[in-house]
Design a protein around this ligand. Structure first.
Ligand code: CAA
Length: 288
């Protein structure tokens, strides 16, 4: 089971990054968005990021050419026929994913591997949406996808070894390190990272330390590249709160419950970097 051609559904932050690294590694890659403006935005972000990399001397101009050559955008799911691996990176709504996977199941060859980039929904549940549950896995990337080296490769009780091996080989080919894990909510990274970020929100909420003191403490005391409140903004406060809800629902442990302040910031539309305001003001450079 070899992967030659890749399909990515969704050209948002994660989907665009996944499509970029796939095309950059030489795989013909089709990325699908629901509308032409969203597709243009996603593909535009890829080339903007790559051009910035070229300007910084971090990306070879040849890599940019390779992406131009291998990347194709579409608004039609049927253009994903012929892909050996299809990765879904659409909003975390199970009904949306159910409809999408059902349609893709009819479009793609039965041998194709289906993978979801979900950060917290059940891979096992999604595998029941298709007639190929043995070839349904999780491939969980990290933000920013082109810079973060990890992919969590998630198996269910029905995943066949050949599908896992093909996906692991593809991760290696795109320059990522794969870690394997079972389909447990939050997998490895979010199971550890999300309680840490929301504990930082609780410290702030309780007035134990200021925003900058909490973030500086973890950056300078532990060598983390970003403090937890900055990182929560970076990931998205709405995304963080939604992962909390799913983990709390699964494990029923208070440590996974979204703190009241986080919930209220989300209600108020303060979603972090994506909305321009969260714990930080992202309209300034650097965020203040
Ligand atoms: N193209 C190529 N390379 C680029 C680039 C570009 N456009 N822009 C920057 N780079 C390179 C830089 O040159 C630099 O390379 P060197 O280390 O070799 O010098 C490197 O990438 C880092 O870039 P910067 O120096 O500009 O920025 P930084 O040092 O502040 O690092 C960061 C940025 C990599 C994002 C770092 O802050 C970091 O690792 N933060 C933590 C991010 C994180 O935890 N992500 C996971 C979130 S959780 C998630 O995603 C899962 C979920 O489900 C919620």
């Amino acid at each position: 089971m070899a992967i030659h051609k890749v399909g990515v559904v969704g050209a948002g932050l994660m989907g665009a990054g996944i499509a970029q690294v796939s095309a950059q590694a030489g795989f013909p890659t089709v990325v699908r968005e629901v509308s032409a403006p969203l597709l243009d935005k996603g593909v535009g972000a890829i080339f903007k990021f790559m051009q910035a990399g070229v300007d910084k001397g971090k990306v070879a101009p040849l890599d940019l050419d390779r992406v131009r050559e291998n990347l194709r955008g579409t608004t039609e799911l049927r253009d994903l026929a012929g892909c050996d691996l299809v990765i879904e990176a659409v909003p975390e709504k199970l009904d949306l994913k159910r409809a999408l996977w059902g349609e893709l199941d009819g479009v793609c060859q039965p041998e194709a591997i289906f993978a979801s980039n979900t950060s917290s929904l059940s891979i096992t549940e999604m595998s029941t949406f298709v007639k190929r549950p043995a070839r349904f896995i999780g491939l969980h990337f990290f933000n920013p996808v082109p810079l973060m080296k990890l992919v969590e490769v998630v198996r269910t009780v029905r995943t066949e070894p050949a599908a896992l091996q093909a996906a692991q080989a593809w991760c290696l080919a795109i320059g990522k390190t794969a870690v394997n894990c079972g389909d447990s909510t939050g997998f490895v990274v979010n199971r550890l990272l999300v309680p840490y970020m929301i504990d930082a929100v609780r410290l702030y909420e309780q007035g134990v330390a200021s925003r900058d003191d909490i973030d500086n403490a973890m950056r300078l005391g532990c060598g983390y590249p970003m403090g937890p409140l900055f990182l929560a903004d970076y990931v998205g406060l709405d995304t963080t709160a939604s992962i909390c809800d799913i983990m709390f629902d699964e494990f029923k442990e208070p440590r996974f419950a979204a703190p009241p302040l986080l919930k209220r910031m989300v209600l108020a539309g303060l979603h972090g970097r994506k909305s321009g305001r969260g714990f930080y003001d992202w309209s300034t450079q650097p965020p203040s």
